[in-house]
Ligand binder design. Structure first.
Ligand SMILES: [Zn+2]
Length: 134
């Protein structure tokens, strides 16, 4: 029986077999999520500029294969905003787990859509992640 193997980059992004470089990874890195508890403690996930779907699903830019993390659990987007003549990045976390209101928290407060800043603690179910950005 032939096994269909998906082509993924080193960060787990789904790639077309004809692609030689991953378009998601080409976007500049602008932050990190650091796992704070469990077996994957201290594992670091990279955030690229733009929209990052967070979850266990293969379509996610931030693919977290840890029990309790949903297929598409949250979305983290970064956006360049002009401020006092400079371009600064603003980060927003969106709860995608609509059925469970408390499944996404920022600093222990359940959120639907929340702007986040460097050092914030994000919780996806029981998984704690520290947000670090440039
Ligand atoms: Zn990639």
């Amino acid at each position: 029986m032939a096994v269909f193997k998906r082509k993924v980059c080193k960060e787990g992004h789904l790639m077309d077999p004809s692609w030689r470089i991953c378009p998601v990874c080409l976007a500049p890195i602008c932050g990190w999520l650091v796992v704070m508890n469990g077996e994957s403690k201290n594992k670091v996930y990279t955030i690229h500029e733009g929209k990052n779907k967070i979850g266990s699903g293969v379509e996610c830019e931030l693919r977290i294969l840890i029990p309790g993390v949903l297929r598409h659990h949250a979305t983290l987007s970064s956006e360049r905003v002009a401020s006092a003549g400079k371009q600064v990045l603003h980060y927003k976390l969106i709860n995608q787990a609509a059925a469970e209101a408390e499944s996404v928290q920022v600093n222990n407060v359940p959120v639907q859509t929340q702007e986040i800043i460097d050092g914030d603690i994000i919780k996806l179910g029981d998984l704690g992640l520290k947000f670090k950005c440039l």
